[in-house]
Design a protein around this ligand. Structure first.
Ligand SMILES: [Zn+2]
Length: 149
């Protein structure tokens, strides 16, 4: 078993979720690899710390931090949604205006018109896709923060 595979199984091992076969291979690697033994000890300590936090009654300070976290996330989320909608509307409007002007202008060659239209359409698509990616990252961030708690 490689150290990589070992590390991927480590938390399942601590939770007792490995099959007998995987467990045997996991423990065989543990015998031979100092680095992974240390890694597992660290993970175990971390897991125990997390369990302690989880079972502790939340104090006032913790509650305040929690709610300010929720507020921050809402604010951030709302900001992104407003920004996205605004940016997309502005961009579409601007693109539409440019295309309209361009098509009306008889001095511009058709090839250039097609080129500029493709350029603008490409920009809009790229921008929307960037924003979508950004929103997905937000969601993933939120998920990983929940895991940390
Ligand atoms: Zn190893």
């Amino acid at each position: 078993m490689s150290c990589d595979a070992f590390n991927r199984m480590a938390s399942a091992y601590l939770d007792g979720e490995l099959t007998a076969e995987d467990r045997r291979r996991f423990e065989a690697h543990l015998e031979t690899c100092d680095a992974c033994r240390r890694e597992l000890a660290d993970l175990k300590r971390l897991t125990e710390d997390l369990d302690m936090i989880r079972f502790k009654e939340p104090g006032d300070e913790e509650l305040a931090r929690y709610w300010s976290g929720v507020y921050n996330r809402l604010e951030r989320g709302l900001g992104w949604i407003l920004f996205s909608v605004g940016a997309i509307l502005t961009l579409c409007y601007g693109a539409f205006k440019v295309i309209e002007e361009l098509i009306r202008d008889d001095t511009v060659s058709n090839l250039l018109k097609v080129g500029v239209c493709a350029l603008i359409a490409g920009l809009v698509v790229l921008f929307v896709s960037l924003l979508r990616e950004r929103l997905v990252v937000c969601k993933v961030d939120r998920y990983s923060k929940e895991i940390e708690r």
